[in-house]
Design a protein around this ligand. Structure first.
Ligand SMILES: *[C@@H]1O[C@H](CO)[C@@H](O)[C@H](O)[C@H]1NC(C)=O
Ligand SMILES: *[C@@H]1O[C@H](CO)[C@@H](O)[C@H](O)[C@H]1NC(C)=O
Ligand SMILES: [Zn+2]
Length: 282
């Protein structure tokens, strides 16, 4: 009985403490720009450039998100999209399928356009690929060669400086997500990415942390990721609005996801190659 009671008290106190910290962070963030890097990443040249420049609207900074399906951008990447945009990045999205698993490709493509306009991705920065070799299917093998050449063309054509995609866990272990990781790490390992272009991958957390929402924030911070994005409540509302654009996908478990998933609030990224981290800016 006592054990149970003290466990409950402990949880309440922990919850209260986290909320208090979160509100502190939020009010601090409203006063000054909070940069998404933790110490390891500070050397990185464009984040240095960013922190030096007073001009928030330096449109020479370009970030490319590579996703597999319409709705990946707001289910998983919303914190980074919203905050990079606010830091002055021009944000591009390359979605490699139309999400046609249930033959809703046309609808989902339109929903993606709406979601992007909510997230602040200009329509000319959105590219949706409809390729017979890249269909939305957990059993489909997406060829690394094909995917990486699509990514590379996009990076070069748009002078991208930061590419973001899934890590080896693909958040939900969907094979299409993992194919993107394989392709980007192939490009990074074979040094095909242009000079000055970095690749980072979104960390997959275990199922327990995944549904902790704001309670996971201190854990994310303590694990010292290379990039850390935490949304304020106002920004979270924006991510939620983007989620609701995907109307064909809004089944009951999506509402649960919006409430409990830490990916709606927090994103942590790892740099793909070690040398990117320590490369000295001139
Ligand atoms: C994708 O391509 C197929 C075959 O070329 C076509 O039938 C389908 O309508 C396209 N889907 C979208 C969403 O453009
Ligand atoms: C390259 O980018 C320009 C605009 O930046 C676009 O009009 C063109 O279609 C792109 N080409 C390819 C091959 O993606
Ligand atoms: Zn997906």
């Amino acid at each position: 009985m006592y054990a149970l009671l003290s466990a409950i008290v402990f949880c309440l106190v922990y919850y209260g403490l986290i909320l208090l910290l979160y509100y502190q962070y939020e009010s601090h963030k409203q006063k000054s720009r909070v940069f998404p890097f933790t110490s390891k990443f500070v050397q990185h040249e464009f984040f240095r450039k960013l922190s030096c420049s007073e001009n928030c609207n330096d449109r020479s900074l370009r970030a490319l998100f590579v996703t597999a399906h319409p709705d990946d951008e707001c289910m998983f990447f919303a914190p980074a999209i919203i905050q990079l945009r606010k830091l002055g990045f021009k944000v591009y999205l390359l979605c490699l399928s139309t999400g046609n698993y249930y033959s809703e490709g046309e609808t989902r493509k339109k929903e993606l356009q709406k979601s992007c306009s909510v997230l602040g991705i200009p329509s000319d920065c959105l590219t949706v690929i409809n390729h017979s070799g890249l269909q939305d299917d957990p059993l489909a093998e997406w060829e690394t060669e094909l995917v990486s050449s699509l990514i590379l063309t996009h990076v070069k054509n748009n002078s991208i400086q930061l590419v973001l995609t899934f890590d080896a866990g693909g958040v939900s272990r969907h094979a299409n997500h993992i194919a993107l990781f394989k392709s980007l790490s192939f490009l990074s390992a074979t040094r095909q990415l242009p000079e000055g272009c970095s690749a980072v991958v979104l960390e997959t957390v275990n199922i327990f942390r995944k549904y902790l929402s704001v309670l996971d924030t201190p854990v994310s911070w303590l694990m010292t990721p290379d990039l850390l994005f935490i949304l304020t409540r106002k920004e979270y509302e924006e991510a939620k609005t983007a989620m609701h654009c995907h109307r064909s996908q809004m089944l009951w478990f999506r509402y649960m996801y919006i409430l409990f998933s830490r990916y709606m609030l927090t994103n942590t990224y790892r740099c793909l190659s070690e040398e990117q981290k320590i490369r000295k800016p001139e």
